[in-house]
Design a protein around this ligand. Structure first.
Ligand code: HEC
Length: 129
């Protein structure tokens, strides 16, 4: 291969890696916007450990198995879902609670805007610690 072709390839690779970088930067949500969006959840969820309301406390959510907040009476569907909460599963549940876990009892229609979901995840990551 010629020197010119090689350096063109190197440039292309550099460009691609930057695209990937930009892509992941865009996917990361804005925690401040997420805090505002959490108003929709706050009607039913507290972030303090042990404080269950209409919904379970979301303290320690990331890495927690679904249906395991102490003292909350979950639906069978939630307990038996076998899901562990992480960015991906929380996003899917927020987008379509009934579709993702059929029979669960969270009365929430779901969030359609992907940026809003990303913002909420960014907020919850820190706020549920
Ligand atoms: C109308 C009340 C209500 C609203 C609003 C609501 N939830 Fe829920 N949520 C619940 C209930 C009730 C459950 C338990 C569902 C079950 O046991 O089937 C739940 C369960 C959850 C769980 C699973 C928790 C666990 O311990 O396994 C997550 C995560 C969650 N909600 C996140 C959210 C987020 C994020 C929002 C806002 C975008 C939200 N919820 C809005 C009532 C609500």
């Amino acid at each position: 291969m010629s020197r010119v072709a090689l350096s063109a390839l190197a440039l292309l690779a550099l460009g691609l890696s930057q695209l990937v970088f930009l892509g992941s930067a865009q996917a990361a949500g804005n925690p401040e916007e997420g805090r505002k969006a959490f108003a929709k959840c706050r009607a039913c969820h507290q972030l303090d450990a042990g404080k269950n309301a209409v919904g379970p406390s979301l303290a320690g959510l990331f890495g927690r198995k679904a249906g395991t907040a102490a003292g909350f009476k979950y639906s069978d569907a939630m307990v038996k879902s076998g899901i562990t909460w992480n960015e991906e599963t929380i996003a899917k549940y927020m987008a379509d609670p009934k579709g993702f876990i059929p029979g669960n009892k969270m009365v929430f229609p779901g969030i359609k805007r992907e940026t809003e979901i990303a913002d909420l995840i960014a907020y919850l990551k820190d706020a549920t610690k």
